[in-house]
Design a protein around this ligand. Structure first.
Ligand code: F0G
Length: 399
């Protein structure tokens, strides 16, 4: 099997051993293959193995992720997250990854590639989860980690993790989109390997969220896969995963994608409403800081994903997503605010009759409940009652 990088805009091909994350024409790159190897039977057999690569929910699907000698893979292992059935839908909890978000699935592949191309330092711009993941995998690989984050805009759990794993944090005065533009410039100028989801190897790893979900469901696809949409890497990866699974014959039909944005950070939604006639940029503001993104880098790839899956893009307000978060938390699994856009989106799409009764739905919860403690503490103040250390005080407090 051969594997190469191909520009989405001008179709130029590059060798996978080249250290590049975009085409010379500025177009996005895709990892392409002459054929998709692997099969549900092979992937299912690995579920009973004890080998780290088989236990990884990314490398279990390795034939269709990356062509590389197995001993060169940088893995925690990651993935193998649980699928919960709650509130009448499935929740695939990607917050159960090693650093608490789905980013680890892309990072294991991107970091393996960073080592393959001989990088000494890796960088990303981030709203916090990518930076935590990058920092963890870079320390494992022995590479210097530099992250560009919007100053004062990253949730406490994510910033603490990123620092703990040893990354240098450049806190940029500006928003995520400014940090993203800066890291692209800095990576080129300083020869640092960029591992944002603009990097096509990230998407190869993130495809396995969908494949593992399909495997959890014994390769019977749900009607809908619902996910939060920010920088649009995951939306793009999901589209590619579904296309490849269908073309390889792993699934008989393609589920529809529903990508959900926060109403205050909705450039992709605006574009969808115009049948993708134009690309939008907004000045983003939402409580879901993970997806506070106004100019998503993977726009073109994500458009293809929505079109290929006959998908849709919806938006939800901060009130709707925080109310959905409280329901997911109360169901005993919990998630960070951005992840709750999924459940909020399902409720909205059902009310509008887009999702119909009886359809099966899988929501992808992208980040752990512990990532954003401030969002919880701000909304649950009423249940914190300070008392004297007496039984009488307990009785009074409990009414
Ligand atoms: N959910 C969470 C928890 C995220 O951290 C992100 C993105 C998304 C959803 C959106 O995914 O960007 O692929 O559309 N976080 C990035 C970061 C931007 O830097 O951690 P997307």
């Amino acid at each position: 099997m051969s594997e190469w990088l191909e520009c989405l805009a001008c179709r130029t091909r590059f060798d996978t051993t080249e250290s590049r994350h975009e085409c010379d024409c500025g177009g996005l790159l895709n990892v392409a293959r002459d054929r998709i190897e692997g099969s549900p039977a092979v992937f299912d057999a690995r579920l009973s193995s004890r080998a780290a690569l088989d236990r990884s929910g990314v490398w279990r699907f390795r034939e269709a992720v990356m062509n590389i000698p197995l001993e060169r893979i940088v893995t925690h292992p990651e993935g193998s997250t649980r699928l919960y059935e709650r509130l009448g839908v499935f929740f695939k909890h990607e917050g159960e990854n090693p650093t608490g978000s789905f980013k680890d699935r892309g990072m294991t592949v991107a970091m393996t590639q960073a080592v393959r191309v001989g990088s000494r330092a890796v960088a990303c711009a981030s709203t916090g989860n990518t930076s935590a993941s990058l920092a963890a995998y870079a320390s494992q690989a022995g590479l210097r980690a530099v992250v560009f984050i919007p100053a004062g805009k990253v949730a406490a759990g994510k910033l603490a993790q990123t620092l703990a794993y040893g990354a240098t944090c450049l806190e940029v005065r500006g928003d995520f989109d400014a940090a993203m533009a800066l890291v692209r410039e800095a990576a080129s100028a300083l020869g640092i390997y960029l591992v944002n989801s603009i990097n096509p190897f990230r998407l190869e790893g993130q495809k396995t969220i969908v494949w593992e979900l399909l495997q959890d469901l014994e390769w019977n696809p749900p009607d809908w896969i619902v996910l939060p949409a920010g920088n649009l890497g995951n939306t793009s990866a999901f589209g590619k995963a579904l296309r490849e699974a269908h073309e390889a014959g792993w699934i008989a039909r393609v589920p529809r994608l529903a990508a959900i944005q926060a109403a205050g950070a909705n450039p992709f939604y605006r574009s969808f409403r115009e049948a993708f006639a134009s690309r939008h940029k907004v000045s983003a503001e939402t409580i879901a800081s993970a997806i506070r993104i106004g100019d998503p880098v993977s726009h073109e790839r994500a458009v293809r994903a929505i079109q290929y899956t006959n998908g849709i893009v919806e938006q939800v307000t901060d009130e709707e997503l925080m109310s959905a978060k409280r329901e997911i938390d109360a169901a005993g699994i919990g998630c960070e605010p951005a992840s709750a856009t999924t459940w909020a989106g399902v409720k909205k799409l059902r009310a509008a009759g887009v999702i119909r009764d009886g359809e099966t739905i899988a929501c992808v919860l992208t980040g752990s409940i512990l990532k954003d403690p401030d969002a919880i503490l701000a909304s649950a103040a009423g249940r914190r009652i300070e008392i004297d250390a007496t039984l009488a005080a307990v009785e009074r407090a409990l009414g």
